[in-house]
Design a protein around this ligand. Sequence first.
Ligand SMILES: [Zn+2]
Length: 546
Amino acid sequence: MSALFASISRISRVAGRQCKLLHSPPTTFQPIKLSFRPISSASRYLSPNTRAWPYIYRAESSAKMAPQLDSYFKSVDDLSDAFVTRLSDAVAIPSISAEDERRPDVIKMGHYLKAQLEGLGAYMEARELGPQPHKEYLTLPPAIIGRYPAKKDETKRTVLVYGHYDVQPANLSDGWNTEPFELTVDDKGRMYGRGSTDDKGPVLGWVNAIEAHQKAGVDFPVNLLMCFEGMEEYGSEGLDDFIIEECKPGKFFEDTDVVCISDNYWLGTEKPCLTYGLRGCSYYSIEISGPGQDLHSGVYGGTAHEPMTDLVRVMAGLVDEQGNILIDGIKELVAPVTEEEKEVYKNIDFTMDNLYESLGSKTGLFEEKERTLMGRWRFPSLSLHGVEGAFSAPGAKTVIPAKVIGKFSIRTVPNMEPEDVDKLVFKHVNESFAKLKTKNKLNVSLQHAGKWWVASPNHPNFTAAAKAVERVWNVKPDLTREGGSIPVTLTFETATGKNVLLLPMGSSTDAAHSINEKLDKRNYIEGTKLLGAYLHYIAEEPMDNK
Ligand SMILES: [Zn+2]
């Protein structure tokens, strides 16, 4: 998951409780207003009477694939030590994309992955992405792309999978209990190491799935297209253009039928989920300046308009203490919540204690789980992040800053078009500033924007994954959204025009991006089974557009 956007959702993930089956899931759930996603081919699956969640479980199809999945699962179990060794070898390569001096290690990791897949007979390419923007002295790590089986089987569907082989920075001195680049397995099967869960475990899950099929002598059910990048934790530099190009007719990813990304996490620790939505993020700065230089309050206090005073007034008018966004028109952009949708939230395995545990306090905005989850996934939020140029050190300096820049962002949801949000934000900030009748100068600007994404959880890509979850974990998955963003998701959807599924392997306690990142061995091994099982189910799932 992207470093840029993910941190808030990461922090807010929580430890889950013992899983419980969905005894009375809603039967009339309509996916959330897919009409606002014209680029998605998923919309064809939204007719009211088809494939309402929960999907119609087809016993005969699962029985049909039972024998082959059983031998595949056994093969995964038999190979589990080798799979842990594979993860250990990968974690040992410190492929930190954000550190210049580690670039050779990132590239080494890409080639390690390529060699592993070539060893299993896949056709692989390392595609160069050129110099790194703004750091031209660095070469971007290659996109490792491939196809398995090496020659396309025209009778089978084609599944494009994405993952990343770079990792966040990590040092023992940050507070790790173990060496971050040595995979350390404790007595509870927790495998600690940077990249274990984000995203080397899931990426190697695909490699493992291929190997386990071979060892079991089970026919690989689909054509697997792979796209693994090495700059995800640094904003996926260079990747968007590459994906868009390779999805064009005649190019590498042209024949994609569905896309699967394994780069996020369960909501808790016991119950798998399928993720069908992500919030977007629009990030703004408000610059207020006046005096030619910083001033002393003993000399100039009481004689000049102060930029910091103006900024605090403007920022205070963006959001209230209950989290309500005070910018006129924002609320009206949000797609209304349907009754059916409310039902879905009731069944999600999450409690208020989960929230309190992850917050480290009981300072939640709402008392109910449903409203809390909607606050995280379904509604926009506005957060004030900081003030550049303000005095922030300890002590009591009497400076009047000459220029201050306030930073805030809005997590956006359907149907908020980023350009519409920008217009409303600029209008609001300009009007609030005008009301102050100050002689200082204002400049409000957008720093970056990433759009929200939502897919239909009734699409065959999701129903196939749900069957695979049920087969491997013996429980129906929760349907979740994420409060953060994985921008490449939208890129794949737009470029392929196909449904994109987020199929997580790790759990909420994995501490991706943090110290002591880990992946439970159970999640890695069962997760490998899940990825393979998903390919079998998607191979057979009725699909109108095939
Ligand atoms: Zn990731």
